[in-house]
Design a protein. Structure first.
Length: 389
């Protein structure tokens, strides 16, 4: 692993690597194909599905930031999940996934399991008994998402990896919500890390992308082979934009957290706010684990509206600086209603089982001035308070 600090790795990636013109910022290679020096002599790159200098630069940077041996940059986070499933799982193999995982992850595992590609078991991974029962079935892969979406549940990655290893299972962690700046699952024992780079890593809500990072060099090579085989790799232009976003990841994560802490303090005083879900809260069941395994609490937060659906609606529509949209991790603040938006692919029963209530709202706190964000929340709550109960 590199001895450079994470912010330095993120900023310096590819800087001054251009040997042609000494460009400080690395150039983008949009080419789909590469010429062979001569017949029978294979160049380093031959076709951009299998390899591209811009995309590989991003993959190497992300692998270094996560302390992995190698990574594959994919067309989206979902493609990274599908890539791991394709490379690792066959009929008869079991994957154990969290019952409250990202909606698209749930749909992907569920749909492919229904086709007979592999088996899936969704469990509450914060329930030690449920987890032990699942591991006793000798899964091939344990999928972890911590903090989880949208309830910010925390799984003890180190403990889970220890238990999983005893049952011969590999562990993959979806690290999208924290980024390597705030959590490095491989250092906690994970075998794979995936990101939807669409979120904090690109950070500007203008690219859909993903990455799958392997701890082990041999696994990394096998995954790269599969990525080429199934055509999961991302576009060079997207990789270029994501490299640009990556350079400011460390300071962005700090400011996201700062704004989020101020908003949490404000929300705690609001009569229309019910339960708040954020690992910084001492009463959050994962608070102590988050302190142990994370380098910050992160800035995603959810809360329930203690009022009617009409009040929730008025509140959401009254906001000016929180756009009603899915996704997260961009410079602009977003608000999402998980039950009808990100998690609508889950049945009502599955939502209820995951503890996801229709009164729940999720905030992706952006980089606007915190005072403006709080003033905006305040005027929207005042409008909602006036709606007849
Ligand atoms: C968005 C997201 C994904 C899926 O990534 P896409 O880039 O949208 O395909 C997976 N996991 C988490 C936690 C996400 O937020």
């Amino acid at each position: 692993m590199s001895d450079k600090k994470l912010a330095t790795i993120a900023v310096r990636t590819g800087i001054e690597s251009d040997t042609q013109h000494n460009a400080v910022v690395p150039p983008i290679y949009l080419t789909s194909t590469y010429s062979f020096p001569q017949l029978g002599e294979l160049p380093q790159y031959d076709y951009s599905r299998s390899g591209n200098p811009t995309r590989n630069m991003l993959a190497d940077a992300l692998a270094e930031l996560e302390g992995g041996a190698g990574g594959v940059v994919t067309s989206c986070g979902t493609a990274a999940i599908n890539l791991l499933a394709s490379a690792l799982l066959g009929p008869g193999d079991l994957v154990v996934a969290p019952h409250d995982c990202y909606g698209g992850t749930y749909r992907l595992f569920n749909t492919r399991a229904n086709k007979g590609d592999f088996k899936v078991l969704f469990v509450d991974q914060t329930d030690p008994e449920a987890l032990a029962q699942a591991l006793a079935q000798e899964p091939k892969l344990v999928w972890v998402e911590t903090p989880s979406n949208p309830l910010l549940r925390i799984v003890d990655v180190e403990a889970l990896c220890r238990d999983a290893k005893q049952h011969g299972a590999l562990v993959a962690v979806d690290n999208t919500f924290l980024s390597p700046i705030l959590q490095q699952p491989i250092s906690l024992g994970a075998d794979f890390v995936i990101h939807s780079t669409t979120k904090y890593i690109n950070g500007h809500s203008d690219v859909v992308g993903g990455v799958l990072i392997s701890k082990d060099a041999e696994q990394a090579e096998e995954i790269a082979w599969w990525a080429n085989c199934i055509g999961a790799t991302g576009a060079p232009f997207d990789a270029y934009l994501t490299l640009r976003g990556l350079r400011t990841l460390a300071p962005r994560m700090r400011l996201h957290e700062e704004n989020s802490a101020k908003i949490l303090a404000y929300l705690q005083q609001q009569p229309l706010v019910g339960q708040i879900y954020h690992p910084s809260q001492p009463e959050h069941p994962g608070h102590e684990i988050a302190i142990k395994q994370q380098k910050g609490f992160g800035s995603m937060l959810s809360f329930e509206i203690a009022g009617t659906y009409a009040q929730l609606e008025t509140f959401v529509h009254g906001l000016k600086f929180f756009s009603l949209a899915e996704s997260l991790g961009g410079t602009e603040s977003l608000i999402c209603h998980p039950a009808s938006m990100t998690h609508r692919a889950m049945s009502d029963e599955a939502q209820a089982e995951a503890g996801l209530k229709p009164s729940l709202l999720r905030l992706s706190v952006g980089l606007e001035d915190a005072d403006d964000l709080i003033a905006d929340l305040d005027q929207a709550f005042k409008q909602a308070a006036e709606v007849a109960e």
